[in-house]
Ligand binder design. Structure first.
Ligand SMILES: [Zn+2]
Ligand SMILES: [Zn+2]
Length: 152
C-alpha cells in the first residue's frame, strides 16, 4: 500500500493498526447476539472493505473463530474488538469505533434486528452530558490517557 491511505485506525493500545486504500463497500449496524457479545456492546457498527483494499500496517490481531463460517479479530494486548471476517470471503468488516475518524463511517443498513434491544431507538432523547460536564475540569486535568492517538 504505497499511496496515502484513505482511512486508518487501530486498537486502543496501538499495537495493531490498519489502513484502507478504498472507501468501504458499505457500513452497517448489527444487533445480532454474536455481535453483542463480540463487541461487549448493545450492537456492533461495521465497515465492510474489500480485502485487496485493506492491510494491517502494524502488528497482527489475534482471531477467535466465532462460528463455522467466520472469525473475529481482536488485539491480544488490549482486547479491542477489531473485525468480523468470513473465512472464505473476499472482504473484511472493521468495527467503526476503531477508525481514527469514526464520524466518516455512517451506517445505512441494520442486521440482526431479531435481537435489537428495545431502547436502542430512543437514546438521542436520554439526558446527556459531555465528558467535561461529567468529570469537571479539575478531575479531568488529573487524568492521563494511555490510549493510542487517532493517527499513525
Ligand atoms: Zn491493542
Ligand atoms: Zn452480527
Amino acid at each position: 500500500m504505497s499511496a496515502k491511505p484513505l482511512l486508518t485506525g487501530g486498537c486502543q493500545c496501538g499495537a495493531v493498526r490498519y489502513a484502507l486504500s478504498a472507501v468501504p463497500l458499505r457500513v452497517t449496524l448489527c444487533h445480532c447476539r454474536m455481535c453483542q457479545k463480540a463487541s461487549g456492546a448493545p450492537f456492533a457498527s461495521l465497515a465492510e472493505i474489500a480485502k485487496n483494499s485493506f492491510a494491517w500496517t502494524r502488528g497482527k490481531p489475534s482471531a477467535f473463530r466465532s462460528s463455522s463460517i467466520a472469525e473475529r479479530d481482536f488485539c491480544a494486548k488490549c482486547g479491542t474488538p477489531l473485525s468480523y471476517r468470513r473465512i472464505e470471503g473476499d472482504s473484511i468488516e472493521i468495527m467503526t469505533g476503531t477508525f481514527d475518524r469514526p464520524d466518516r463511517l455512517v451506517p445505512t443498513l441494520q442486521f440482526g434486528t431479531e435481537s435489537r434491544l428495545g431502547w436502542v431507538g430512543s437514546i438521542a432523547a436520554l439526558p446527556s452530558k459531555t465528558t467535561m460536564q461529567n468529570y469537571g475540569p479539575e478531575k479531568i486535568a488529573q487524568v492521563f490517557s494511555y490510549q493510542h492517538p487517532d493517527h499513525d
